[in-house]
Write a protein that binds this ligand. Structure first.
Ligand SMILES: Cc1cc2nc3c(=O)[nH]c(=O)nc-3n(C[C@H](O)[C@H](O)[C@H](O)COP(=O)(O)OP(=O)(O)OC[C@H]3O[C@@H](n4cnc5c(N)ncnc54)[C@H](O)[C@@H]3O)c2cc1C
Length: 390
């Protein structure tokens, strides 16, 4: 469809994407096209599809998710590049999109705060998809309120010892390495745990509406060397915040991609079907619904690219815009997929069809990486604070 935004890592001026990002978009689209036939099957899996993994590895695109020093494409991870790629991948396969994004989300903290031997050991393989990464924050009784976690870090000589239960962890069961947030005395620390560490076990208690590589990670007296601490002891939220500041906006990119794919399906259907002797695309409120979807997608994309360009320049400074883009684009995707199902009538409900898949896959995005309500609450607090400062 039509792309009217230009965003640059350097200047943030929005008219059209610079050449580099157009080239990346084409690369990502080529990868998505190459696995299109397998998308429906992969998107039903709760473990990593080996063909998707091999295709992502062969594309070289996962190198965008790690820093240049460790084999990455950019000196530091570029939020706009990640966002543009996710837009293309998510339009075809949520499974592929998650596989790509989680290599960065699961490893970013290691890149910003890991000890050198640990970074050398993991980041190269992660960028080549030879190792799979995961980030373990959530627990059975703790989601949005992460300061209430109960997973505990203690020390025994030179070793770090972890006990706890992490829940709803993407890539659990397939990950080679988990970055785990734990309570550490009065603070919180982030610890890297290779999957083959004794005491680590994975359970798969949930199947969700849009199958996802998900599981619970049980840590029972897990011991790792002291250099597996990521960042500063007691300040584990810092690298977590760095991860969110770099990757949150990319969820918005995925949402825009899904919304656009849904609209494409609805337009195809509406222009190829007649009711009451007229094209569905000209009947009753259908044209308005289609045009409203298109307009909302373009608005979401413009904010997403602007926020991603800001995050690429300075992730922390760009976090407010990234939060707006995540809320705006995921809520837009929710409205768009719902309208598109309605436009397609009963054909929008057929299990396994592209539109039905998109309808289910768009839903979790409004909950993970900061639910809409939690993010709006933090934006509202900022707004009030700013108005008090004027
Ligand atoms: C597909 C998927 C993949 C995931 N992958 C991972 C992963 O890899 N690693 C990981 O650690 N976690 C992961 N999660 C968990 C995810 O981060 C949590 O679901 C999310 O943080 C929300 O927590 P919760 O589901 O426990 O909801 P809760 O925190 O219980 O919230 C429930 C509802 O209350 C609202 N609410 C809560 N607090 C407030 C507030 N202060 N103000 C206003 N409203 C509020 C929320 O918006 C929500 O609507 C994943 C989740 C999903 C669905």
């Amino acid at each position: 469809m039509i792309h009217a935004a230009r965003a640059s890592r350097g200047d943030g001026v929005l008219f059209e994407l610079p050449e580099r990002y157009l080239a990346l978009r084409a690369e990502a689209r080529a990868l998505a096209d190459s696995v299109r036939d397998r998308a429906a099957e992969a998107d039903e899996r709760d473990d990593i599809d080996p063909h998707m993994r091999a295709a992502l590895a062969a594309s070289g695109l996962a190198a965008l998710t790690v820093p240049g020093r460790f084999g990455g494409r950019d000196e530091r991870v570029d939020s706009l590049a990640i966002t543009v790629v996710r837009e293309q991948l998510a339009a075809t396969s949520a499974h592929l999109d998650s596989l790509f994004a989680m290599q960065g989300i699961g490893s970013h903290a290691i890149g910003v705060g890991g000890a050198d031997p640990v970074r050398e050991r993991w980041l190269g393989p992660i960028g080549r998809v030879e190792a799979i990464a995961a980030l373990a924050l959530t627990e059975p009784d703790v989601g949005s309120d992460l300061r209430a976690i109960t997973t505990r870090l203690t020390r025994d000589g030179d070793e770090l010892v972890l006990d706890g239960h992490k829940s709803f962890i993407t890539n659990a069961g397939d990950a080679d390495v988990y970055t785990v947030l734990a309570r550490d005395g009065d603070g919180y620390s982030l610890v890297l745990v290779p999957t083959d560490t004794p005491g680590l076990a994975v359970e798969k208690p949930y199947q969700i509406i849009a199958p996802h590589v998900l599981g619970d990670v049980i840590l029972d007296g897990v011991r790792v060397p002291a250099d597996h601490l990521v960042g500063v002891a007691g300040e584990g939220f810092r690298p977590v915040l760095d991860t969110l500041a770099t990757f949150r906006v990319s969820v918005a990119g995925a949402a825009v991609g899904m919304a656009e794919a849904a609209l494409r399906e609805a337009v195809r259907h509406a222009t190829s079907r007649e009711q009451f002797g007229t094209s569905l695309a000209r009947l009753g409120p259908v044209p308005t619904m289609l045009a409203t979807c298109w307009t909302e997608i373009e608005m979401a994309r413009a904010l997403t690219y602007r926020a991603a360009a800001a995050a690429a320049r300075d992730p922390r400074a760009g976090l407010t815009l990234a939060t707006m883009a995540k809320v705006g684009a995921t809520e837009t995707a929710g409205r768009v997929v719902d309208r598109c199902v309605q436009v397609m009538g009963r054909f929008g409900l057929v299990r396994g069809s592209a539109i039905e898949r998109l309808y289910r896959e768009a839903r979790p995005m409004r909950i993970y990486e900061g639910s809409t309500e939690v993010l709006l609450d933090s934006l509202a607090k900022q707004l009030v604070r700013r108005s008090a400062e004027v």
